[in-house]
Design a protein around this ligand. Structure first.
Ligand SMILES: C[S@@+](CC[C@H](N)C(=O)[O-])C[C@H]1O[C@@H](n2cnc3c(N)ncnc32)[C@H](O)[C@@H]1O
Length: 220
């Protein structure tokens, strides 16, 4: 995403409840270990400047939200927004979502996984760097509870098509893609993720899907 300047969190702002480095994390990530309650837990991969996690946690106070962002200054910026509002149901992790999905989240423990406008890695030789790849899709599917949701939006058609194909091939238990409608935005901050605003302001075509993990175990 464009590296525009970010508002610096004031030095006095206490981020201790809203920003975790990977090495500070409990061995298993859950509502119980992170929020000391048992509310349903939603995970966002690649939060960028944190608009989604900020809005979603405010609009859904009966769910917990964890954003994982690999660029430390973005993770800090997003955590600072949550800390300023004293949000009690959301926090940021500064680290690699792929590692956390593989190692730190129990099977069938997540209510939803959100991936909005992931870095496209246009060149064919770089596509293996995409955050949605075979192993991350297998891992996020394993982490979702039956009935849990996977939301994926992008404005890159081939990323969208490759991901839909990959899911059908390797994790059919995620079910069929369901279209997600655009919600009317009346205010600049009504958009779900930050890049949705840019995409819609420039009238770029967006591709959006939601999956809901099936209850049954599919035979191979
Ligand atoms: C193009 S930005 C989109 C940000 C936000 N979702 C939005 O729509 O505005 C993609 C973000 O994913 C982050 N990212 C890429 N790979 C990641 C990974 N393995 N773990 C966590 N974050 C990652 C990038 O640093 C970047 O901030």
């Amino acid at each position: 995403m464009p590296r525009s300047s970010l508002r610096r969190p004031g030095q006095k702002l206490d981020l201790s409840r809203h920003l975790y480095e990977s090495e500070q994390l409990p061995s298993e990530l859950s509502s119980s270990s992170l929020f000391q309650n048992d509310l349903p837990l939603e995970l966002e991969i690649g939060s960028g400047k944190g608009l989604f996690i900020d809005n979603a946690s405010e609009q859904n106070p009966t769910h917990n939200f964890v954003g994982v962002e690999i660029i430390a200054k973005y993770a800090k910026h997003s955590a600072a927004k949550l800390a300023r509002k004293k949000t009690s149901n959301a926090l940021m992790i500064s680290g690699n979502a792929e590692t956390l999905l593989a190692k730190s989240i129990s099977a069938e423990s997540l209510e939803a996984v959100h991936v909005y406008f992931p870095d496209p890695w246009w060149k064919k030789k770089h596509r293996k760097r995409r955050v949605l790849n075979e192993s991350s899709i297998i891992n996020l599917t394993r982490c979702l509870r039956p009935g849990g949701r996977f939301h994926f939006w992008t404005d890159v058609l081939d990323y969208f098509e490759d991901t839909v194909e990959l899911i059908a091939e390797i994790t059919p238990i995620l079910g069929v893609p369901l279209p997600e409608d655009e919600i009317e935005a009346t205010h600049d901050l009504d958009y779900r993720p930050h890049l949705e605003r840019r995409s819609r302001q420039h009238r770029l075509r967006g591709y959006r899907d939601r999956y809901e993990k099936r209850n049954e175990t599919l035979s191979a």
